[in-house]
Design a protein around this ligand. Structure first.
Ligand code: AHM
Ligand code: MG
Length: 351
């Protein structure tokens, strides 16, 4: 593992121009690493392929009910299913057929999914379609993924330990936002790059190279309906935001709220509530990957006591509170939530 502290202010020397296709970009990055064998590159391509298919499904979601009523089957002989289940199937299929992944953890499945590719070097934790309340109402939703190099011996059956390595051990993380356009944003531990999908070409095109977040912002994102149940520190912070006439923007899809704040500056908060005393969001396939991206882009990501990437995982579906966004905003909030300074230890995982 590279132990040099990560410095998100330095542009990556391997930057490619806007307009580069994702395939070319991945190939270029692979060639820059002397010992790269291409497996991670293939895995990223598999995720992009599944993302294109889910893009198609999301865009015809309104037609699914019209063209195939309840209980009917689609052309592949499958029953019509809800979009989140469809997305789960698409990603599972792409990653299984791709051959690089030996196991998956999905928000849609209680148990670890064994792909049968025991020679695969990687495991993937994924939320195939996040933003469940927005899925059926044509509002932005997203896929979030996190990739680890397995710790169990190659050739053997993967184990839960492959997923419980901790946030710093991610080798890549990303999300796909199905919004007014579809975007794939990912990092392999260096720069964060965004690719916009051009459906007419069937290609993700580099549109947002080397994303760096503004240091500060004037947007806050939380579920206002829960505010009465938040702790005093978060309530105080939100009062400050309102006094400063910050904008409240809450889509209710983590990927969409995170993406907006990443580009424009802002903070997303999901504090503990009586319904979710440990927070609502899932550590492995929601918070870790976004925190990994966030740190590379210059954001901060914490829970009530520590950096998200420092949380020791104990369960593949565990939840955490999440405060993520512009560093000045997160630091101010944390000075109220937890007077002790939050560890700013930067991630060091990189390929
Ligand atoms: P999900 O995985 O069931 O979709 O839940 C995660 C989502 C996030 O995308 C979003 O930010 C949050 O839950 C919204 O929760 P709430 O409706 O409680 O505000
Ligand atoms: Mg989710």
């Amino acid at each position: 593992m590279n132990t040099a502290p990560f410095d998100p202010t330095h542009a990556h020397p391997l930057a490619l121009p806007v307009g580069t296709t994702l395939d070319r970009y991945i190939m270029h990055r692979q060639h820059a690493f002397a010992f790269a064998t291409g497996e991670l590159s293939q895995l990223l391509r598999d995720i992009a392929l599944a993302g294109k298919i889910v893009h198609r499904e999301v865009n015809r979601a309104g037609l699914i009910d019209l063209t195939g009523g309840m209980g009917q089957q689609n052309v592949q002989g499958e029953n019509q299913q809800k979009l989140d289940v469809i997305a789960d199937i698409r990603f599972r299929r792409a990653l299984t057929n791709g051959g690089e992944v030996c196991a998956l953890i999905s928000e849609e499945e209680e148990e670890m999914i064994l792909t049968g590719n025991n020679k695969g070097k990687y495991v993937v934790a994924i939320d195939p379609l996040d933003g469940s309340s927005n899925i059926d109402v044509n509002v932005s939703i997203g896929t979030i993924f996190s990739i680890y190099r397995r710790v169990s011996p190659i050739g053997s059956e993967p184990t839960i330990a492959d997923f419980l390595q901790g946030g710093h051990e991610q080798v890549a993380a990303g999300y796909i936002l199905y919004g007014s356009s579809t975007m794939l944003v990912y990092t392999t531990g260096h720069s964060v790059n965004g690719f916009t999908y051009d459906a007419s070409l069937g290609e993700f095109i580099l549109s947002h190279p080397d994303i760096k977040t503004p240091q500060d912002g004037a947007t806050y994102s939380c579920n206002d309906g829960n505010v009465d149940s938040y702790g005093i520190a978060v309530k105080t912070y939100l009062t400050l935001c309102r006094k400063r006439q910050f904008s409240a923007r809450y889509i209710g899809s983590l990927v969409a709220d995170f993406h907006r704040n990443l580009l424009k500056g802002g903070i997303y908060l999901y504090p503990p509530t009586p319904a979710n005393p440990n927070g609502k969001l899932r550590l492995l396939y929601e918070c870790y990957p976004l925190a990994f991206i966030a740190e590379r882009a210059g954001c901060r990501a914490v829970n009530d006591t520590e950096s998200i990437l420092n949380i020791q995982p104990t369960d593949v579906h565990q939840r955490t509170t999440l405060y993520i966004g512009a560093p000045v905003m997160v630091d101010e909030l944390m000075s109220l939530v937890n007077p002790k300074p939050v560890s700013k230890q930067a991630s060091t995982a990189a390929i």
